[in-house]
Design a protein. Structure first.
Length: 262
């Protein structure tokens, strides 16, 4: 059993297990997330990162053990836990502001409120001036920002992000990372972010959880200690950044060495 986290958690997993039919994916995982924390999940392909996000989102149910949000077991999806998809998953026939305000449209909120939300969130993600554009008029990075803004507009307590920046070029990706850290500071939203990039995890996270390969059971945890403001690009060259990247790289290589075929 592995226990990590703070005494006043927003999310707790207690001996969480998940199986697809007979295939175990998560075994006996215990951890907790503090409200407002930015946690990155790293781990080899197939180790269960997406499965864990789906459990938190309420799209899947635990096979065993407990998963609770603010002390209550998660029994299904809810507006307090929102997912940002890798593709941004925008509606092509809606403008940027209509996409952002989609949740308010579903709740039949008045046009003025939707416009105000569209404008405010577009500004927050650096898309002011693009409110009336359609997705086909945007770059990949801009679409991804609309996806983040749409989720934020719904006011979730936890934002679940599954490799959201994997499909954009390196420079855009770095800009999006810096913007996400500004948004995190501005909103106080708890973020669970899955990535394959060690650099991305170290740059973004307050804490990194490294899931074991399917054969292992040993979760690892790293607390990131980088200077504020966290979005400062120079942090990518900071000695703590470089040291942690190396530590985690060695750890992941060692984990892979234990898996046949690597
Ligand atoms: N719907 C499904 N039915 C059966 N097995 C599944 C299903 N979805 C995922 N799996 C299996 O569960 C395991 C964990 O999958 P998951 O998608 O959570 O891994 P991951 O860590 O997100 O991998 P990646 O880094 O490649 O995205 C894998 O072995 C996968 O084959
Ligand atoms: Mg995945």
């Amino acid at each position: 059993m592995h226990r990590y986290g703070s005494p006043v958690p927003i999310l707790t997993a207690n001996r969480l297990c998940f199986r697809y039919q007979d295939q175990p994916v998560l075994s006996d995982a215990s951890f907790s997330l503090e409200a407002g924390e930015f946690v990155c999940l790293l781990g080899p392909s197939g180790c269960g990162k997406t499965t864990l996000l789906n459990l938190i989102a309420g799209f899947l149910m635990p096979s065993d053990g407990e998963l609770a949000f603010e002390g209550r077991p998660i029994t299904g999806p809810g507006p307090d836990r929102a997912v940002v998809f890798q593709s941004g998953a925008l509606f092509d026939w809606m403008t940027v502001e209509e996409n952002i305000a989609f949740n308010l449209t579903c709740r039949k909120r008045p046009l003025a409120e939707r416009r105000e939300m569209g404008t405010r969130m577009a500004r927050l993600v650096g898309l002011q001036g693009f409110e009336r554009h359609y997705p086909y008029q945007l770059s990949g990075g801009m679409k991804q920002r609309v996806g983040v803004a749409r989720v934020l507009a719904a006011g979730p307590r936890i934002m679940l992000m599954d490799e959201p920046f994997a499909a954009v070029d390196v420079q855009t990706r770095e800009t999006l990372q810096e913007e996400l850290l500004r948004i995190h500071a501005a909103t106080g939203c708890t973020i669970v972010f899955v990535t394959h990039s060690i650099e991305e995890a170290v740059f973004l996270a307050d804490r990194i959880l490294v899931l074991p390969s399917q054969k292992g059971t040993d979760w690892k945890e790293h607390r990131v200690d980088l200077p504020a403001p966290r979005w400062a690009a120079e942090n990518r060259l900071h000695p703590s950044f470089v040291a942690m990247r190396e530590t985690i790289y060695r750890e992941l290589r060692k984990g892979l060495a234990d898996v046949p075929g690597h």
